[in-house]
Design a protein around this ligand. Structure first.
Ligand SMILES: *Cc1c(COP(=O)(O)O)cnc(C)c1O
Length: 415
């Protein structure tokens, strides 16, 4: 499928409605008009662990259709296999990313681990980028290893190394991420998809930092897109969820394994996710705008050593980001001039952002990885992993841009 970034900004199409934008899809899902129970406008929380049958003939009819493979899935049987509230949100998420189907999980890591365990078996080989989410990295390199799955780590952005790492008939999956955490590295999705297709290896992209408002990897030929829905998709720092989106037959396999592994999201969390999604378009546009303004401000500030944001011309992959993204997301990473204590003092002077891990919600969050995610390492080990002590990651919320800029200005001046 060809991609025209010009039609992407706010008018990104979805599989169901070729003319609809991401915001419309995020509000309505695929069908704005349909008969809901009790004529409710909102999606009901179907708080039921199991689903009943009228009589034994109803059971027999359902089972016969289920095992023939036709028509099952139009009703639910037991909560671990599916739930109508969950299904509703899955349809919306699939439409947003332009995929045929989605499978929702109780966290982003449940989505990664369940999907990879389903797709891989002993003797298989996976290629991952060196800059992917820390726990996805750990899951591949240590957990999957125990089950006889080997992983090769390749430097982000080195497509020759990526292709060279593929072992014919053994490599099953390339796992990548774009943009990455914390440096916002951007993968050329067209190139990644081409390598996958040429080598007959499936491609899996964690698109959490982008959201389907800014980037839709399936349109570039990527096979699977994954999000930690905990972040921008839910958007309110009040739930955990994860999702994998792709071709219907492949998602059917994930749905089946989810029933076995047991990691299904609660209908209450699915409802909150659906509610959060309704404002995805406006939230992400505001976050794009504030993050870009902040990144530019920080880049010109004498107290800041360096800024990484894919929307800045100085970012090493800015050109790729421009070609495949319509906005550059809400995460800005930077290095403060000075040591670890000076950096902490700057963070402590900020009035608006909370100090917390996570990202993508309405509240701005800030963290110094040396004190949090990378605390257990020595300063030298941190540096070797590309995490200096004066590194800061800022996740833009939806506060007024001017207030965020003023807050940063006063906190930097106070040093
Ligand atoms: C947070 C995050 C995850 C893990 O998601 P959880 O919902 O916390 O399990 C995976 N990938 C990225 C890029 C993330 O930011």
């Amino acid at each position: 499928m060809t991609h025209d970034p010009k039609t992407h900004n706010g008018t990104a199409t979805d599989a169901g409605h070729p003319t609809r934008g991401a915001s419309t899809t995020a509000v309505h899902g695929k069908d704005a008009r349909r008969d809901e129970p009790y004529h409710a406008l909102t999606t009901p929380i179907l708080q039921s662990a199991t689903f009943t049958f009228r009589d034994s003939d109803d059971v027999a009819d359902y089972m016969a259709r289920k095992y023939r493979g036709d028509g099952a899935g139009e009703r639910e049987e037991y909560g671990r296999y599916g739930n109508p509230t969950v299904v509703e949100v899955e349809r919306k998420l699939a439409a947003l990313d332009g995929g045929e189907a989605a499978v929702l999980y109780p966290s982003g890591m449940a989505a990664v681990s369940s999907a990879l365990l389903t797709m891989l078996s002993p003797g298989a080989h996976v290629v991952i980028g060196d800059d992917i989410y820390r726990h996805t990295y750990e899951f591949c390199t240590t957990f999957l290893k125990r089950f006889g799955v080997e992983t090769t780590v390749v430097p982000m952005g080195d497509y020759d190394a990526l292709e060279a790492a593929i072992i014919p008939r053994k490599t099953r999956l390339i796992v990548s991420e774009s943009p990455t955490n914390p440096y916002g590295r951007v993968v050329d999705l067209v190139r990644l998809a081409e390598i996958g297709k040429r080598q007959r290896v499936r491609t899996f992209v964690d698109s959490t930092f982008a959201t389907p408002v800014n980037q839709r990897p399936l349109e570039f030929g990527i096979d699977f897109v994954m999000h930690s829905a905990t972040k921008f998709l839910a958007g309110h720092n009040d739930l955990l969820a994860g999702v994998v989106i792709g071709r219907a037959d492949r998602m059917a396999a994930l749905r089946e394994s989810r029933g076995l592994l047991g990691g299904i999201v609660d209908p209450g969390a699915a409802y909150l996710l659906d509610r959060g999604l309704k404002t995805l378009g406006v939230r992400v546009r505001q976050q794009n705008e504030s993050a870009l303004a902040l990144a530019r401000f920080l880049e010109g500030h004498p107290a800041i050593e360096r800024v990484w944001y894919p929307g800045l011309e100085s970012h090493p992959e800015h050109a790729i980001a421009r070609a495949q993204m319509s906005g550059f997301g809400g995460v800005v990473t930077f290095i403060v001039r000075g040591d670890r204590a000076r950096t902490s003092a700057f963070i402590d002077r900020l009035r608006i952002p909370y100090i917390a891990p996570s990202l993508g919600g309405v509240e701005s969050l800030i963290q110094q990885p040396a004190l949090m995610s990378h605390f257990d390492l020595t300063p030298e080990e941190r540096l070797a992993q590309g995490v200096p002590d004066n590194l800061v990651r800022f996740s833009t919320g939806i506060e007024d841009t001017a207030d965020l800029l003023a807050d940063f200005e006063q906190a930097l001046a106070g040093g």
